[in-house]
Design a protein around this ligand. Structure first.
Ligand SMILES: Cc1cc2nc3c(=O)[nH]c(=O)nc-3n(C[C@H](O)[C@H](O)[C@H](O)COP(=O)(O)O)c2cc1C
Length: 291
């Protein structure tokens, strides 16, 4: 029997109303490890509704949403202690401003009182609302924000994390008054990956490219908890294409990926993968033999 461990899960909301965020948080919080507020989505529809990155221009509203949500979490008996079975986090994910002073004001506002911060951690995506994702993240801004806040609140980096061996974290001087250790003196406590983890779900296990073992594990999950075929095609296309890091090796070439997308039932997808893997590896038994 395959056993799946249960990693921590954070539910993220797009919201622009204190009462709506706190009620949504109250409903979901028994089933997750924390609640996050999205202040980073740059999509036009989201910003038009005062959601996502639009909130970077409205720090008072963000503070009000966090105050209300923190209050409801406390009222319902959830605590910050992550060792406790009632331990839950409250966090925000942000972008930066062109004028970093505005980002400093924003972060100070969402932290609030340092003794009793409103948030437990902040995820920084060091691009402005208008910076396209093919432009590298702003490591100077990250370095500055990490030196300003890394010793006050845990910071997570989101952006351009393509492999664990090429994390774009700038090195910082360690603060003399910093009694909270930060890994390698970076001021950053963790990293988040979006595009690369789609291409290589084994990224956090230290692998720089996706392998057939990972595809086999994905397909076992798909069989156990079925996904719509459209999503299976999408994920397999990402995993079997060129890798996210410098190594651009692909499990399937473009012609093979096109053929994969033409498989119109799950059984056809599985047969296709079995045939292709056997052909490539010179074995029999298909994908299910790979563990
Ligand atoms: C398919 C996809 C979905 C995303 N969905 C969210 C989301 O729901 N909330 C969020 O805060 N960011 C979301 N992002 C943005 C990422 O979290 C991240 O900030 C951005 O993609 C840059 O990181 P990367 O270089 O690791 O992709 C998404 C990105 C991608 C590619």
């Amino acid at each position: 029997m395959v056993r799946y461990s249960k990693p921590p899960t954070i539910a993220q909301f797009g919201a622009s109303s204190p009462i709506e965020l706190s009620r949504a948080a109250s409903l979901v919080i028994p089933y997750v490890n924390g609640v996050d507020l999205n202040c980073g989505c740059p999509q036009t529809w989201a910003c038009a509704a005062n959601l996502g990155a639009a909130l970077m221009e409205n720090r008072e509203l963000v503070r009000d949403m966090l105050v209300e949500t923190r209050g409801v979490m406390q009222r319902d008996g959830w605590v910050r202690d992550k060792e406790s079975s009632r331990g839950r986090s409250l966090s925000v994910k942000i972008r930066i401003h062109k004028d970093l002073r505005k980002t400093v004001d924003f972060i100070n506002t969402v932290i609030g009182d340092l003794q009793e911060p409103l948030v437990d951690f902040i995820t920084i995506h060091p691009r402005t609302r208008r910076t396209p994702s093919n432009i590298p993240i702003d490591t100077d801004a990250l370095r500055f924000l990490a030196s300003e806040f890394g010793h006050k609140i845990p910071l997570i980096l989101s952006g351009d994390v393509f492999t664990l061996s090429s994390i774009p974290i700038p090195t910082l001087e360690k603060h003399a008054d910093d009694d909270v250790p930060t890994p390698a003196g970076t001021g950053i406590r963790g990293v988040m990956s979006a595009r690369a983890i789609l291409m290589n779900p084994a990224l956090y296990a230290g692998h720089d490219t996706c392998s057939w073992k990972v595809v086999a594990s994905f397909m076992r999950n798909v069989v156990a908890s079925p996904l719509p075929l459209r999503l299976v095609h999408h994920h397999l296309g990402e995993m079997c294409g060129p890798g996210p890091g410098e190594n651009k090796a692909a499990l399937l070439d473009k012609r093979e990926r096109t053929a994969l997308l033409k498989q119109m039932t799950m059984l056809d997808v599985i047969d296709f993968l079995d045939r292709t893997v056997d052909g490539k590896l010179g074995k029999t038994g298909g994908l299910s033999r790979i563990r």
